[in-house]
Design a protein around this ligand. Structure first.
Ligand SMILES: [Zn+2]
Length: 144
């Protein structure tokens, strides 16, 4: 089984994928292609599994630890009031987590981030800003 996230992983492994923040042993952390929520990132399992319960136990634990590291990393750079983590997979059934940093000035703070998804496309960032955010996150990896 392959999917769009499998394709992204293949692209990551064969060329310099510009949204790549960090390679973990079992996953990749990417800056999101939109930044409606500044610091939005996605952590993608290197292996195609639809559900966490499909994973062997040790891999469940390892992926969870990578998720916690990514969480702390994004917090350290963007200092949100709260982090929203989402793992859905209804559209792309390949284990991944969305990290939505949420800020005090967000007028919809108490609502799920997906209620704003109609605005995400308009929040795509240009390459220079993308590169700056990726470099900021990469620099923080070593500081954790
Ligand atoms: Zn896949």
């Amino acid at each position: 089984m392959t999917c769009s996230l499998c394709d992204r992983i293949a692209a990551t492994q064969t060329k310099n994928y510009p949204y790549l923040v960090h390679e973990y042993p079992n996953s990749y952390l990417y800056l999101g292609e939109h930044q409606f929520y500044r610091g939005y990132c996605v952590l993608v399992s290197k292996t195609h599994y639809a559900e966490m319960t499909d994973l062997p136990g040790p891999l469940q634990i390892a992926l969870f630890q990578e998720m916690m590291h990514a969480h702390a990393l994004i917090e350290s750079v963007f200092a949100p009031k709260k982090m929203n983590l989402c793992s859905l997979g209804n559209v792309v059934p390949h284990i991944h987590w969305h990290f939505f940093p949420r800020y005090a000035e967000d007028p919809n703070f108490t609502n799920p981030p997906w209620l704003q998804m109609h605005l995400f496309e308009g929040a795509r960032i240009a390459a220079p800003e993308r590169d700056a955010l990726v470099m900021k996150l990469r620099a923080a990896v070593t500081a954790l």
